[in-house]
Design a protein around this ligand. Structure first.
Ligand SMILES: Cc1ncc(COP(=O)(O)O)c(C=O)c1O
Length: 609
């Protein structure tokens, strides 16, 4: 049985029991039974399952690791955290974050006006709001309104222009002044795909010269007492701890220098996000080189060391980790609609009374192929097919012979690949690429895994059932968009093997893990496929509850979202049908009813799978 790297990416959240993936929590329901229950209500297409207990677990881990590092290193500052809304702004995620985070006073981070409004309306009373990203006077005024409404808010300035606007708003209004933070532009950069957030050419943050100027501006405006925080973020999904340490040394020293220079209200250092998530599922793939315990210990130890050396009080430590908190909570379930090389099935062999000698030889090779001889037999088969294709071109064998030859060779290659203990030679690798099976899934990669499309970010994928059988087919995955980019190709270096299923007789569901961060917010409605149906699953000791159903948008509402008028579209379609000829009035009224049903469903395919 293959475990598809669950031990690498699932963090013990999911395990295999019998032949299914089950939640390793309380009553341990399987993903398959949850999926079946949802689909019994005539739901088709992809399904997004949310597990709030996994959000709770991650928030708990983050706080407990920082708090134990604080104890171990005798650190005097406190630990504070906010959740960056950009990572997932969907209502039932924000609800889980605020509910599960209440006990910790977990806050929210906003990076735009809309996110700030969301944060102001959803924040737990007393928890922190931090505001990053570019801001105009209106957004800064919103920050003042939040402070006036009693929120514990820090506006982080990304440039001197923003600071001047804060000073202007403070002069013009009597609203309560929010805390002010400064994002520092560090020399140190992160590493990996999302490492462009720091460095001298980064989009955000103030240089050393600008930080000094900012302090002068604040002092002159008598606002230095609101300067509470310095902030940095060196990138998301940090694979290496070394750049984190460099950034901490740099930012820690900037903090200490500013304190020494008289920024006496300064009390917080915000280290941004970046904690990595395991997206890999192959044992030899590169994953991040640190644990959460090492990360928190490094942060706390280094900051303590720097402050002690400069005789400065230990600051409170803020984090804005997002991916770490929510990636694991969501699983995408995608039904497989079709396998594209089923035409090579053995049942389709139709031998004649007398077959060409090379076909008879292929039959023998296939029959006697085993561990001891498979390389030799494979080479013979590859040689024979070349000859058989030439014989076909010259008219010596017919189409039935050619079909038999192709099926036999295909199956010989398949069996050989399966017999090989490791795909070590270039030849075998290439055969594996050529022989891959295409699994068509009822989902959109653009909508549900946009980081795969945009950045080739791998997401762990596996079937949720049939796990008692060996997966023998090298697989690539096609989505239902009308775009050749909607494909997760077979990668011989990270091969995916799936089961040989006859979809007409059996169901087959694939699950994609760790899709809870960024994917939903970035999801694109390419071909007008929208967010899948989603459900929140609450698991108890004696069962589970499927709650918070959010149905995928209907075809008419997708079009409405683009600026079309639902009624206009529906009326036009009806008029055209009504004025058509050659069908009876009964057929016409039935067709009209059907049409209305179609446009009021979502756009995913509604075959039985
Ligand atoms: C300023 C800031 N804070 C926090 C985050 C969240 O990062 P992550 O999801 O890697 O924890 C980001 C994302 O890039 C960010 O730009």
């Amino acid at each position: 049985m293959k475990n598809y790297g669950l031990d690498i990416f699932a963090n013990d959240n999911f395990i295999i029991s019998d032949d299914k993936v089950v939640l390793n929590y309380k009553s341990q329901p399987s993903l398959y039974e949850i999926t079946k229950k949802i689909r019994s209500k005539n739901i088709r297409g992809p399904i997004l399952l949310r597990f709030p207990h996994l959000i709770k677990k991650q928030i708990g881990n983050l706080y407990s690791c920082f708090e134990s590092s604080i104890l171990v290193h005798h650190y005097k500052g406190k630990f504070r955290a906010v959740f960056p809304l950009k990572v997932n702004q969907f209502p039932y995620v924000v609800e889980a974050i605020t509910q599960q985070g209440k006990a910790f006073n977990y806050g929210l981070e906003a990076g735009s006006k809309a996110e700030l409004i969301l944060a102001m309306s959803k924040i737990t009373t007393g928890a922190n709001i931090t505001v990053n990203g570019f801001k105009d006077k209106e957004m800064i005024t919103l920050g003042f309104m939040a402070a006036q409404s009693g929120h514990n808010i820090t506006i982080t300035v990304e440039g001197l222009g923003e600071l001047r606007t804060i000073i202007e708003v403070a002069k013009e209004s009597n609203l309560k002044i929010p805390n002010i933070g400064i994002r520092v532009r560090l020399h140190s950069t992160g590493s990996g795909t999302w490492a462009k957030s720091a460095g001298m050419d980064a989009k955000f943050g103030l240089t050393a010269t600008e930080i000094l100027e900012a302090t002068r501006l604040l002092r002159d405006a008598k606002l230095l007492k609101y300067f509470h925080m310095i902030h940095f973020h060196i990138g998301s999904q940090l694979n290496d701890i070394a750049p984190v340490k460099r950034a901490l040394r740099e930012a820690g020293n900037i903090y200490a220098e500013l304190k020494v220079l008289g920024a006496s209200a300064l009390q917080n250092i915000n280290i941004g996000g970046g904690l990595a998530v395991p997206y890999e599922q192959h044992s030899d793939a590169k994953i991040h080189n640190y644990s959460i315990e090492e990360f928190t210990s490094s942060v706390v130890f280094l900051l303590g060391e720097i402050m002690d050396a400069k005789g400065v009080e230990h600051p409170n430590i803020f984090t804005e980790s997002g991916r770490y908190i929510v990636a694991s909570h969501a699983v995408l379930i995608a039904p497989v609609l079709e396998l594209f090389t089923q035409d090579y099935q053995e049942e389709l062999l139709h031998f004649k009374e007398t077959n060409p000698p090379l076909i008879e030889e292929l039959r023998e090779l296939y029959k006697h192929l085993k561990q001891e001889n498979y390389i030799e037999y494979l080479h013979d088969a590859l040689d024979h097919i070349e000859s058989l294709l030439t014989l076909f071109d010259l008219g010596y064998i017919d189409l039935q012979d050619r079909s038999n030859a192709e099926i036999l060779v295909h199956n010989i290659i398949k069996k050989s690949l399966y017999l090989t203990p490791s795909i070590s030679t270039e030849e075998l690798k290439q055969l594996q690429v050529n022989l891959q099976e295409r699994y068509l899934i009822n989902a959109s990669i653009f909508q549900s895994l946009p980081d795969y499309w945009g950045l080739k970010q791998h997401f762990p994928v596996m079937p949720i059932h049939h796990l008692d059988k060996d997966p023998i087919r090298g697989a690539s995955i096609w989505d239902i968009t009308c775009d050749s980019d909607g494909e997760i190709g077979f990668d011989p270096n990270k091969p995916l093997f799936l089961h040989d299923i006859d979809i007409k007789k059996e169901e087959y569901f694939l699950s994609f893990f760790n899709v809870g961060a960024y994917q939903e917010a970035l999801g694109m409605s390419h071909n007008l496929f929208t967010h899948p149906n989603e459900y929140t699953i609450l698991i108890s000791e004696d069962g589970y509850k499927i709650t918070n159903e959010v149905e995928s948008q209907t075809i008419l509402s997708i079009l409405e979202g683009l600026g079309y008028h639902q009624d206009e579209i529906l009326n036009k379609l009806k008029e055209d049908l009504k004025s058509s000829t050659f069908i009876t009035s009964k057929e016409k009224s039935d067709t009209l009813l059907k049409l209305e049903t179609f446009v009021k469903q979502n756009g995913y395919l509604r075959t039985t799978n």
